[in-house]
Design a protein around this ligand. Sequence first.
Ligand SMILES: C[S@@+](CC[C@H](N)C(=O)[O-])C[C@H]1O[C@@H](n2cnc3c(N)ncnc32)[C@H](O)[C@@H]1O
Length: 220
Amino acid sequence: MLLKNLRPANDYDRFATETLEPWDLLFISRIRQIARDMQPGSLADIGTATGVVPVRLGVDPSMAGWRFIGVDLDPTMLEEGMPRILELGLAERIDMQVGDALDLPFADNSLTMAVGRATLHHLPDKAKSLTEMFRVIEAGGVALVHDMRRDAPQTLLDRFTAMRAEANYPPSHVEEKITLDEAHALVEEAGLTPYATIYSPSVGLGALGFEILLKKPALV
Ligand SMILES: C[S@@+](CC[C@H](N)C(=O)[O-])C[C@H]1O[C@@H](n2cnc3c(N)ncnc32)[C@H](O)[C@@H]1O
């Protein structure tokens, strides 16, 4: 199965591991920063593709004690990522599971963290994907969504296109992405404004995208 505007799993994995590293590291360091203030628990990466994010987290000593679930609608993506998980001895800590971001295969309040990078723009009902992530995190839990901005500075969009071309990868479908204002409207539509912080850095590669951070209040 090949979802709209996605490359085959092996080509995506090559691009994700060879070219996306700087952007990966921004996302990983953000997760590490948030996790520092939490007890280790379970973290699901929604739209995980070949599991690059859970693998990076799984080999990170600061994430010891966490277990990870990579969820993707496309089983060929999950299959492509499995050999790396096995080779690194991470099979006990990373579970790869077919699932839909719009109907997550988790009970209410069952995860410590839910994250998703570059998945939001693929989803037909983006507000539903946010409410799903919020539904599955426990009280005191966090959901973190990163995606690219359609209204990112043109110089950065050009730089990203050049990085992709160097890796023999086609340009990003910028028209599918949302703007920062649309991210605010989305959170509002999902009814999650009281729990959300939306942020986009003004400099560096991170300015290509935005983050939506959702915090479920702890039980008192
Ligand atoms: C651009 S890739 C991003 C992969 C990974 N998160 C990363 O940052 O490298 C988007 C992924 O979302 C997955 N996807 C698309 N629609 C989905 C859905 N409804 N539920 C779960 N995954 C989905 C695709 O199969 C693909 O693997």
